[in-house]
Design a protein. Structure first.
Length: 342
């Protein structure tokens, strides 16, 4: 059962409650050894939820395959984008002496990195766009620390190639993102460089809360930009259902760095398959915990990030043809607006 813990509830927990917890690494069960795995999700959004479900499913499958038990049911947490909550979660998992922690999304990984510092608990991250800039690893091939994982690094130029294929007459692009999210930094720099090369005006609007994002979307619509770009930014992702109709009304296509953007109403989401990403993350957990792989020497995995997901309802509403995308992507997927993937 997923624990969606509120910050105040966790903050109220006494460290004394952790004192009796022991390490389960050598515990014998009917299925062999049992390993305690903490799973920490940064916030609720369709892509991160998809990863979390895939991690659980693959841990179950690998457990059966290897004759072991991955015990995660009591150690699944959602930080709800709250730093205090995430820090409390990290403290609890360390006190419980879990055998590994899975951190889903960059902010969760950064907090868990601090939590495991000085311990021997390996950290396996998932959906971290730029692990080096985020300060998680020293090198993608040889992380150099007790941390590794999977990356959803974005091909920003590929998204902009799609944008300009759909509308070669674009003269201004809105950049909508949370400037406090390390996951957005590199992609926004790349977006600015792409637009500069084309002589296209850039209009930046940022926010850190849903209300600020709604105001930023209003401002971009009022500015009359021809398209809007958002990287794999969790803050914007959680607000997408609240803003997509603003862009529909203004006939502005919104291009996002994850398929969940399109699911939640944006014109296009681009990047990796997050179910596959979660599966690959769980496989890395198994390799580290069961097989003894050294995270410091285990390369960060990058999956095929050339999947374009188009919201057909949005495409119809804004009257934008995307037929040319099928020849420009590894895969073209069509979806309709919904809150979660089925």
């Amino acid at each position: 059962m997923k624990k969606k813990i509120a910050a105040l509830a966790l903050a109220a927990m006494s460290l004394a409650a952790f004192a009796g917890c022991g390490r389960a690494q050598e515990t014998k069960t009917e299925g062999g050894k049992a390993y305690k795995i903490g799973i920490v999700q940064f916030v609720d959004d369709a892509s991160l939820n998809q990863i979390e479900k895939a991690v659980e499913a693959e841990l179950d499958a690998k457990g059966k395959e290897l004759g072991v038990t991955f015990d995660y049911s009591d150690y699944v947490f959602n930080g709800q984008a709250d730093a205090t909550t995430l820090n409390q979660i990290g403290a609890e998992l360390v006190a419980d002496k879990v055998d590994a922690i899975v951190a889903i999304a960059t902010p969760a990984a950064q907090v868990m990195q601090n939590a495991v510092d000085g311990t021997d608990i390996p950290l396996i991250f998932s959906a971290v766009s730029d692990p080096i800039t985020a300060g998680l690893v020293e090198d993608l091939e040889k992380p150099g620390v007790n941390i590794t994982g999977t990356s959803d690094a974005l091909d920003t130029d590929a998204i902009f190639n799609l944008m300009f294929a759909a509308d070669p007459e674009i003269t201004s692009v809105g950049l909508l993102y949370d400037k406090s999210q390390d996951a957005s930094t590199k992609a926004i720099e790349e977006a600015k460089a792409y637009c500069a090369d084309k002589g296209v005006e850039v209009v930046e609007k940022t926010g850190t809360t849903n209300n600020e994002i709604v105001l930023a979307a209003d401002a971009l619509a009022a500015a009359g930009v021809d398209a809007v770009f958002t990287p794999s930014d969790n803050t914007i992702m959680t607000a997408e259902l609240a803003i997509y109709e603003k862009f529909l009304d203004a006939k502005i296509p919104h291009y996002g760095g994850a398929d969940s953007f399109a699911l939640n109403g944006a014109f296009l989401g681009y990047g990796v398959n997050y179910e596959d990403l979660g599966t690959a993350t769980a496989d890395m957990v198994s390799d580290v915990v069961v097989n003894g792989a050294d995270p410091a020497q285990t390369a960060v995995q990058h999956l095929d990030n050339g999947i374009a997901t188009v919201n057909t309802e949005t495409a119809d509403a804004i009257g934008l043809d995307y037929s040319m995308f099928s020849d420009m992507c590894a895969k073209l997927v069509e979806t309709k607006t919904a809150e979660e993937f089925e």
